[in-house]
Write a protein that binds this ligand. Structure first.
Ligand code: URA
Ligand code: SF4
Length: 257
């Protein structure tokens, strides 16, 4: 990976020398661990496969969603399937290349996102953009190889930035699942505890979730969990580990994951 990019990312994080924090070793080990997990993703995943963890359709009949991208977008824009529709200003469908190899999934829109109708446009979003830039990707890239698709587990803002509730996540899940089916990413990165817990249907803490590769849905899409950029803004101590994760994302994508 190009040193200029790394420097840029670390500058953006306010981390002057990541190696002095002892992140070097972890960064070297991570890609190896990643390929080992890839050889046998099911065995490496400490959680039940995502299908098993997924709420069964019988538990609550999932509403049908359009199978095409434009139809799906329109359905989200007019959605009234959970109580978040009452307090939102705009729905936030997602942004990026519709065939991106990398899909980044956050928790839900905040105030800025609700106002603009686009995910990750506030302070955390600026940091996310820097993180993506460090691995040669951007939400506006036209070339799939440099692209990303960014979405959230819920498409409408939970009032006061509270965590999305289980019924809201469940009501919104068919949209996310259809986005994943259409984008067909090679890798999903879940940002932060809430996105990871909701996506993987677990209540394990982030410290446990970060590290292994999980898989999601019928396509068994590999999922990596890392820190939410808003958390990184508050917790400078974790920034070096986030860089380790980003390098791993880069490696996994390069390896054709
Ligand atoms: N945090 C998220 O999880 N998603 C956004 O879109 C913005 C902030
Ligand atoms: Fe519909 Fe999802 Fe918004 Fe709820 S959060 S109203 S399910 S789009």
């Amino acid at each position: 990976m190009d040193t200029k990019r790394r420097r840029h990312y670390l500058d953006a994080l306010g981390l002057e020398s990541w190696q002095s924090r002892g992140a070097g070793k972890a960064a070297q080990a991570a890609p190896l661990a990643a390929s080992a997990s890839m050889a046998a993703p099911a065995a490496a995943a400490p959680l039940a496969p995502a299908e098993a963890a997924h709420p069964a359709p019988a538990a609550a009949a999932a509403h049908a969603v359009p199978k095409d991208w434009d139809g799906l977008k329109a359905a989200v824009a007019g959605c009234l399937h959970c109580k978040l529709c009452k307090t939102r200003t705009n729905t936030v469908f997602g942004v990026g290349h519709p065939a991106a190899p990398l899909m980044v999934i956050g928790e839900g829109p905040g105030a800025d996102e609700d106002a603009q109708g686009e995910p990750f446009v506030g302070r955390a979003g600026k940091l996310l953009d820097e993180m993506l830039r460090a691995i040669g990707r951007s939400r506006r890239a036209q070339e799939p190889a440099q692209s990303v698709f960014i979405a959230n587990v819920v498409k409408c803002r939970p009032p006061g930035n509270r965590d999305p509730e289980p019924d809201e996540v469940q009501a919104c899940r068919p949209y996310l699942d259809q986005q994943i089916r259409l984008v067909r990413p090679h890798l999903i990165v879940a940002l932060g505890r809430v996105a990871a817990q909701r996506l993987l249907a677990t209540d394990a803490p982030l410290s446990k979730l970060r590290g292994p590769l999980y898989e999601y849905g019928p396509e068994h899409t590999p999922v990596l969990v890392t820190y939410h950029p808003a958390y990184l803004l508050r917790s400078p101590g974790e920034k070096a580990k986030s860089w380790t994760d980003l390098k791993r994302v880069h490696q996994l994508l390069r390896a054709g994951t």
